[in-house]
Ligand binder design. Structure first.
Ligand code: B3K
Ligand code: ZN
Length: 877
């Protein structure tokens, strides 16, 4: 097969407006996989039915990486003139209205470096079919609105592949000739092809069980390399907690006899929700306190939950087409966020989610790759698994939750799941179910699905005696293809804090309702006024509580008022935001005004002092309050991104805070030491705060000694990593010794070695670009493994703002070289690396030219894939 010639036909744009149901449906498919060391043969027998009147030919989706062995219609083998084989399709010219179709294909899983379709990871067979991987296994109606029942038979060598798994419930199994064996699987629930999965190989298993609310027993299995089984326990507990939670919070019960999870080392993303057979990146399954940080544990729980929740939001009710991706992803992210909030701390989880949104989604929405939550066109759908579709999508769901209230929202999801069970539907169907269950009108609210860009809000106060009028104006900047925007409907939460620090509740005339956590204002117009009566002098409004809508807000609050809220606000987000604003306003003033920074404003120093001595607040929240806004965060507030200047200014603020409060920091750090390792929420919170304090203290006089002692004394990965990252960032004499020691200690654990790469890629030292480039030649580096690639290349280009923007452009050239190298083997992964090169509009002069130059180099390369080309070309325009 001539793959290069076939793959070089450029794909064209696909439009939402062109949606048509498939002309033919496949209702049932019987798949037989014959797996061998160097190839796999796939036999697919499908029941095909014409849906659209007429005599149109049957066009099946396919890919360039497989060989067609034979095609037969109703038992008759077809000859070459009865069909046309294209690089990405198989067309059968003259077919009856209903028939049985038998197709045999041959694949080379061991040569599949794209990690899409059927491939090898760690010597085992596994699959990844979302979005369009199934077409690389057989020719099929490979689109989410074709729901079929699947029966699967897998045959393989028994010694090499003792474990044979697919979706649904297990059926027959037994031995065959020549030391081979087989297993059958039947999935009773019709599903789209993207949810198909197969795993075959040598795997160990951790088993448990769960009894559903209605008394069904479900066997739970987590499969992993035998040596890793001792690290699967937390994932199993998380799975059981997810199953229980979805019954309680959403009334959703599991529906098969088994739930299988397989951990694989080579995976393009986090995990995949295949029906009854989730396949996971091992990073999100394997954990023990000595190898995984507290954050890793939380992430595992969140992703295990996410994939489990997809069983209803995605699998039982799926997407009609890929433009509707947020229907399942936005909703499922919202569900996993709620779950994690219930398992950990609601306040801290919300801050984490807001931080991620601002750090990754806001820049996307403000740049050349901005697109609506429901995009209108794409070339490569894999490029639309974005933070906009996922995380802004989740914010859109969250706003409906807020507008309708928890009970109204639940009534809406109940109706949605009942009404659409077994169907492939649209975002519109979801909103309609919310409206119907609540008698609500979400007409204007729908704009969140179709308009891209982050809305801007300004809030101004006008006082007349004890009456305060808030004037809120909204606007939304133009985004590619959308010059003008209509006003959004958004829930805006506000509270009032009296001069004595107590929460007060002035009366609101119209368009607002008081709830437990604040007053909900219904924003719908470009400019709106809200009148509060009985606001005592000195009371301060606490704006955008809980980050109730995903906007950029400015207000007329003074520095003194922010400082006041940073100590007094009962809303965690608003309190955190006040503290962050104090620092980011200062940094913007310093960078843009060329103000020398020799001392901090006293209200800022005092605000931090008050936070440091606050013993009444959850230490995890104190830790969040003490973390300065990131360089990426503040960078977005600058007119022109001056990364080096910003970095230096932020470092100075850190030093000045240590100078002012080093003593308190030190005593609080010491008080938080624990005798022994515990994993409950309190212990995790204490560790978090202690490590944030260590970050400050590392800058003080005996910083090196303290960090080294912390490193040597660490009895868990959270503490070890905290110290390692500070050492890596520093000029400490022990730097090389510690990095080498860490490598020697963990060189056999790939997930921990990923951390070792990431920490160096994140280092703010001036030599980082060279170090990162040199690390690509390290014995442990490979571009074939997505985790390794992300740990070095994405950590550097997406998180290390100051070093990525190094003045000689070496960061941009490095990233462009990596994109080209990865593109040759795994275009989907390469495309995920492109975004940082699209940020040239934020720069000036030479930096701007050099970044564009890097993009042009990729665009000019004839071998560049459609995946990468789509993003590079958008980034250039
Ligand atoms: N649905 C998958 C993502 C598939 C990505 C394909 N490029 C994981 C998830 O969101 O749960
Ligand atoms: Zn998902």
């Amino acid at each position: 097969m001539d793959v290069s010639a076939a793959a070089s036909v450029p794909k064209s744009e696909i439009y939402l407006a062109d949606y048509r149901p498939p002309a033919f449906a496949i209702d049932h498919v019987q798949l037989t996989f014959r797996l061998f060391d160097d190839f796999a043969e796939v036999e697919a027998v499908s029941d095909v039915r014409r849906q659209e009147k007429g005599t149109a030919p049957l066009m099946l989706d396919g890919g360039p990486y497989m060989d067609l062995v034979s095609v037969a219609v109703d038992g008759e083998a077809l000859t070459g003139n009865a069909y046309t084989l294209g690089s990405d399709s198989l067309t059968l010219h003259d077919v009856p209205d209903q028939f049985s179709l038998r197709i045999v294909t041959r694949l080379k899983p061991q040569e599949n470096t794209r990690l899409e379709g059927l491939y090898h990871s760690g010597g085992n067979f596994c699959t990844q079919c979302e979005a369009e991987g199934f077409r690389h296994i057989t020719y099929f109606v490979d689109r989410p609105d074709n729901l079929a029942r699947y029966s699967v038979r897998i045959e393989a060598n028994k010694a090499r592949c003792p474990v044979l798994l697919s979706n649904g419930n297990p059926g027959d199994a037994g031995d065959l000739n020549e030391r081979r064996h087989f297993a059958e699987w039947h999935d009773p629930f019709p599903k789209p092809s993207y949810l198909f999965a197969l795993v075959a190989g040598k795997l160990g298993v951790l088993s448990d069980s769960f009894t559903t609310e209605s008394g069904r027993d479900v066997a739970l299995n987590i499969y992993a390399a035998p040596a890793d089984l001792d690290k699967c326990g937390y994932a199993m507990q998380s799975l059981k907690r997810s199953m229980k939670w979805d019954e309680e919070a959403f009334g959703r019960e599991y529906d098969l006899d088994v739930y299988n999870i397989v951990a694989v080392g080579d995976f393009n993303m986090g995990a995949m929700e295949n029906k009854g057979l989730n396949i996971f990146n091992s990073k999100y399954v394997l954990a023990s306190p000595d190898t995984a940080t507290d954050t890793d544990f939380d992430r595992i729980e969140g992703i295990i939950g996410h994939e489990y929740f997809h069983n209803w939001s995605g699998n039982r009710v799926t997407c009609r087409d890929w433009f509707q991706l947020s229907l399942k992803e936005g909703l499922t992210v919202f569900r996993d966020q709620q779950f994690s909030s219930d398992m950990t701390s609601r306040a801290v989880k919300r801050l984490d989610d807001v931080r991620l949104l601002r750090m990754l989604q806001f820049p996307e929405d403000a740049g050349p790759l901005a697109h609506p939550v429901r995009p209108e066109k794409y070339i490569e759908i894999n490029n639309f698994y974005t933070v906009t579709v996922y995380n802004k999508g989740a914010e859109v769901i969250r706003m409906m939750h807020r507008l309708l209230g928890a009970d109204g929202f639940r009534a809406g999801t109940d109706l949605y799941f009942d009404r659409h069970d077994g169907q492939a539907v649209t975002c519109e169907d979801f909103v309609k179910a919310m409206e119907d269950a609540n008698g609500a009108d979400l007409g204007q609210f729908r704009l969140w699905y179709s308009q891209a860009g982050t809305p801007k809000l300004t809030v101004e106060r006008m006082r007349d005696g004890n009456q305060v009028t808030l004037t809120i104006t909204q606007s939304c900047p133009p985004t590619p293809g959308q010059a003008e925007k209509l006003p959004f409907h958004m829930p805006f939460m506000v509270g009032w804090v009296g001069a004595d620090g107590a929460e007060i509740r002035p009366t609101i005339a119209a368009d607002g309702t008081w709830h437990e956590d604040g007053c909900l204002l219904d924003l719908r117009q470009e400019r709106q006024q809200f009148v509060f009566e009985g606001v005592p002098e000195g009371a301060v409004p606490s704006l955008l509580r809980d980050f109730s809508c995903p906007v950029l807000m400015t207000s007329d609050l003074t520095e003194a008022e922010f400082a006041f809220l940073s100590g007094a606000d009962t809303d965690a987000f608003a309190r955190w935001e006040a503290t962050q604003t104090l620092v980011s306003n200062l940094l913007v003033r310093v960078v843009e005004g060329d103000e020398p920074l020799t001392s901090l404003p006293s209200h800022l120093t005092d605000a931090y002092g008050a936070v440091l001595t606050d013993e009444n607040t959850d230490p995890a929240l104190i830790a969040e309050l003490l973390m300065l806004p990131s360089e990426i965060d503040v960078g977005q507030k600058l007119k022109v991104l001056e990364a080096e200047k910003l970095h230096k200014a932020r470092e100075t603020v850190l030093h000045l805070l240590v100078k002012a409060h080093g003593g308190v920091m030190r005593s609080r750090y010491e008080a938080l030491a624990s005798d022994g390792f515990f994993q409950d929420q309190d212990a995790k919170a204490a560790r978090k705060l202690r490590n944030v304090l260590l970050g400050y203290l590392a800058l003080g006089e005996d910083g090196e000694a303290l960090v080294k002692t912390h490193y040597d004394g660490a009895d868990n990965m959270t503490d070890q990593m905290a110290a390692l990252s500070l050492v890596t960032d520093s000029d400490f004499a022990c730097r090389k010794v510690v990095l080498d020691d860490f490598y020697a200690q963990w060189k056999d654990n790939t997930l921990v070695i990923d951390k070792w790469f990431a920490v160096q890629a994140n280092s703010k030292r001036e030599d980082t670009v060279e170090v990162v480039r040199a690390l690509t030649n390290h014995e442990a580096f490979t571009i074939k493994n997505p985790n390794r690639l992300r740990s070095l290349v994405s950590s550097f280009s997406m998180l290390n703002q100051v070093r990525f923007h190094s003045e000689d452009g070496a960061g941009y050239r490095f990233l462009a070289d990596m994109i080209e190298a990865v593109d040759a083997i795994n275009p989907q992964m390469a495309a995920k690396l492109v975004a940082p090169l699209g940020r040239w509009r934020r720069l000036e002069g030479r930096a701007r030219d050099m970044m564009q130059e890097s993009l042009r180099k990729i665009a000019g390369n004839a071998a560049t894939s459609d995946d990468v080309r789509e993003l590079v070309e958008k980034s250039l325009t």
